[in-house]
Design a protein around this ligand. Structure first.
Ligand SMILES: Nc1ncnc2c1ncn2[C@@H]1O[C@H](COP(=O)(O)OP(=O)(O)OP(=O)(O)O)[C@@H](O)[C@H]1O
Length: 324
C-alpha cells in the first residue's frame, strides 16, 4: 500500500499548459475518481505519473519519494489505458504478454506459468486460455488482460484511464465490478479517470473534479455528491443522466449550454468565470472572479472547492443561476 501524491505538478506542451500546478493526494489503498470534460488534463496528469508526459514543474511522489528518481527496474505505478485493442501486441499470446510485464528475474521456469495462471484467475479468465492471441478475445476480455498485465508488474498504484469507455455497453459493468473487486482484494491505491460521473461514483472513495488543467473540487464521494461546492461540479451533476443510464452511456454527458474552454487561452482570475452561473456573467459586481485566481482550500477539511463563493454556496446564502 502506498500514497500517491502530485505535488504542484505542471505539464506543458509548447504554449499550452495542460496541467497547471496540480496538488492531489490519492491516500494509500483508496480510489480517487478524476472527472472533468474532454481536454481538462486528466490523461496528461495520469501520464505524468508514469513518465509519459513532460513534467515542467512539481513532482509525483510515492510515499514521499519522487518517482522520477526511483531508478529503473520495477515500476510501482502501472497504467491501464482506454483502448484494449491497441494496448496488447497482436502477435503475442496473452500468457506471453502478461509474463513480459512481470518484474525481470522474479519468476523463473514453471513459477512464471503459475504466476500467469494466478493473474488470469484474478481477472476471472480461464488460465487454460493463456495460449490464445488477443485477436481471439472480446474487448472486455482484452481489458481484463490489460489489467492482468498491469498487475503483473506488482504495482503499488494502478491508474485506470477511461478503461470502460471503449467497451461495449453490455460488458462495462462487469469490467467495473472486476476492477473494484481486485482493488479491494489487493488493497491497491488507484486513480480512476472517467468522463462519466456515475462510473466514478460507483468505484471511488473520493472524487476530484478537473477543469482546464486544475483541480477545482475534491471531496469524499458522499460529501461531494451530496453538497457540491463548485459551480462547475454542480453543472456536471446536473448534466449527468440517471445512474443506470450513465453507466450504460457510451458517451459522457456534455455540460449543458456551455462553450468548451480554450486551454490555450485560460481566462484570468477564476478559469471558470466566463461560464459560471454565479459569476460576473450573471452578476457583474462579482469582479473578484475576474481578478483573483481562487485557491483550492488547504485546511484539513476533507472537502475543498476552488471558488470564491463556495462558502456562500455551502451556507445557502447564494444559489445557482435562475434560483438566485
Ligand atoms: N501529446 C500532446 N501534445 C500536445 N498537446 C497535448 C498532448 N496531449 C494532450 N494535449 C493537450 O493537453 C490538453 C489536455 O489533454 P488531456 O488528454 O490530458 O485531457 P483529458 O481531460 O484527458 O481529455 P480526454 O478525456 O479527451 O482525453 C488538451 O488541450 C490536449 O489537446
Amino acid at each position: 500500500m502506498s500514497e500517491l501524491r502530485f505535488d504542484g505538478l505542471s505539464v506543458k506542451y509548447g504554449g499550452l499548459t495542460a496541467v497547471d500546478q496540480v496538488s492531489l493526494t490519492v491516500p494509500s489503498g483508496s480510489v480517487v475518481g478524476l472527472v472533468g470534460e474532454s481536454g481538462s488534463g486528466k490523461s496528461t496528469l495520469a501520464r505524468a505519473a508514469v513518465g509519459l508526459a513532460p513534467v515542467s514543474e512539481g513532482k509525483v511522489l510515492l510515499d514521499g519519494v519522487d518517482v522520477s528518481r526511483s531508478g529503473r527496474g520495477r515500476r510501482p505505478i502501472q497504467m491501464v489505458f482506454q483502448d484494449p485493442y491497441a494496448s496488447l501486441d497482436p502477435r503475442m499470446t496473452i500468457g506471453e504478454s502478461i509474463a513480459e510485464a512481470m518484474p525481470r528475474g522474479l519468476f523463473r521456469g514453471s513459477a512464471r506459468g503459475q504466476e500467469v495462471a494466478r493473474l488470469l484467475e484474478l481477472v476471472n479468465l480461464d488460465p487454460d486460455r493463456s495460449a490464445v492471441l488477443p485477436g481471439q478475445l472480446s474487448g472486455g476480455q482484452r481489458q481484463r488482460i490489460a489489467l492482468a498485465r498491469a498487475l503483473a508488474g506488482q504495482p503499488e498504484v494502478v491508474i485506470a484511464d477511461e478503461i470502460t469507455s471503449a467497451l461495449d455497453v453490455s460488458v462495462q459493468g462487469a469490467v467495473l465490478n472486476l476492477v473494484r473487486d481486485v482493488q479491494t482484494r489487493l488493497g491497491l491505491t488507484m486513480l480512476f479517470i472517467s468522463h462519466n460521473l456515475a462510473v466514478v461514483r460507483y468505484i471511488s472513495d473520493y472524487i476530484a473534479v478537473m477543469y482546464l488543467g486544475r483541480i477545482v473540487e475534491i471531496g469524499t464521494v458522499d460529501g461531494l455528491l451530496a453538497d457540491p461546492l463548485h459551480p462547475y461540479t454542480r453543472e456536471l451533476l446536473d448534466a449527468a443522466p440517471s445512474r443506470r443510464s450513465a453507466l450504460l452511456a457510451a458517451e459522457p454527458p456534455a455540460v449543458a449550454d456551455s462553450e468548451p474552454a480554450d486551454p490555450h487561452q485560460p481566462p484570468a482570475g477564476c478559469r471558470f468565470h466566463p461560464r459560471c452561473p454565479i459569476g460576473p456573467l450573471v452578476h457583474p459586481d462579482r469582479t473578484v472572479c475576474v481578478t483573483d485566481d481562487p485557491a483550492l482550500g488547504t485546511s484539513d477539511r476533507q472537502h475543498h472547492a476552488a471558488c470564491h463563493f463556495a462558502p456562500a454556496l455551502a451556507a445557502g446564502a447564494i444559489q445557482i443561476s435562475s434560483q438566485e
